[in-house]
Write a protein that binds this ligand. Sequence first.
Ligand code: ADP
Length: 308
Amino acid sequence: MTIIVFGSINIDLVVTTPCLPVPGETLTGKDFLTTPGGKGANQAVALAKLGIPTHIVGRVGGDTFGVELIENLQSSGLKTANIFIDKNINSGIAIITVEDSGENQIIIIPGANGRVNDEDVERLSHLLPEATAILLQLEIPINTVVAAAKAARNANISVILDPAPAQTHFPDELYPLIDIITPNELEAEKLVGFPVNGEETAAKAAGILLQRGVKCAVIKLGAKGVYCANAEEAFFTPAFPVHAVDTVAAGDAFNSGLAAALFQKLPLRTAVVWGAAAGALATTKRGAQTSLPERVTFDNFLKEKGIL
Ligand code: ADP
């Protein structure tokens, strides 16, 4: 059996500079780095690193980045036969400028990610009979996310949706198609319309999301922890105390830890703890995919904490 990740595949072009340029200014920066990213790719790589057989389905462009991105995913151990190379467009890119103070500017060009459509849902449908779950995020067109969730629901596959990046317009028809929704504080706020910043407001938000039709709401509260509720139970899990250096991809690591535990048929409470462990470990290293824990590191961390 496998897990399917259906979503964005990006290349991040990261420039560091003493200070951000003002409009019209040209300045000389310090370093340039390209790193693979995209929430879909990050979650898929996180699962592969945890040793879970995973298919990634999505699109890259006909540029050299497309080739590099696929090679990177393959070298992480992912099944990539269902990534379509869209020759007429560029691969999804994020141009990120970071100044010494840590302040940044990001421009995303969705490229091929913006063209993921029903044909890709058709391709992923062939994988559903062998899958236990599909992981979705919102960096591809939302109507395609809805179509994928419907296909998965029809095949009795569990749908885990990360409603990221935060959306103001979230289609009502998507809620009842979701088994587990996993917003962070900001994403939860966008969905429910009030600030979510702790256990109490998370409980209120989760109640609303359940009413809208999701089966389970898991609200990621950063360094505070995670609140989880479904029809049977509601509980709070504190974050693991770690020395966090960079929270990029913590949310992606969380979703993969959660999905990995459920793939191994562990109970929801354990799955939330696994998510929190993967999220915490991802904060202890810099970068996106480079910060995602390998299975050995992950198991050792759980053993240290008396969980495995
Ligand atoms: P996102 O990356 O989507 O914004 P969060 O920042 O809430 O999501 O992080 C996801 C999960 O990762 C959290 O719920 C928590 O379990 C873990 N995590 C995030 N930041 C920290 C931290 N500073 N210390 C420990 N765990 C963390």
